[in-house]
Write a protein that binds this ligand. Sequence first.
Ligand code: RP5
Length: 156
Amino acid sequence: MLKVSVIMGSTSDLDVMSAAFDTLEQFGVEYEKRVISAHRAPDLLAEFAKGAEGRGVGAIIAGAGGAAHLAGVTAAFTTLPVIGVPINGKAFGGMDALLATVQMPSGIPVATVAVNGAKNAALLAIEMLALGEPALAAKLKDFRREQTEKIKNTTI
Ligand code: RP5
């Protein structure tokens, strides 16, 4: 099965991005994880993104805050699907990262999830991988069913 690559701009993003690890583990999806900054280590990012396909990666999740160019620059170096997670930094409530991640130029797409939406980023990556993996698709359907049941059985 293809794996998922999870990258983030700083170790300060780990708290938010760990939700992606949890979800990928829940579904038994293999992943690699790395701190890479588009600004502080652009050469490393280029090398990492260019090599992703060869490492058996099927989707890349990139989380960053502030002037969040990590997802966009990654997408510039690969045709693998890239999912951006804007991270809520100290200023602007994450609006800065949201706009920097979502407002990609035509021709280089990034699928942007909600601010701090690392869990949904992982689910989206799993949905992509599941297109070629019926067993994984079945797990997603079970997950949705259980989620619905939980809501229906919730009383307050
Ligand atoms: C971004 O700047 C990172 O993704 C992080 O969200 C933010 C702050 O980074 P640190 O100053 O905590 O390393 O590049």
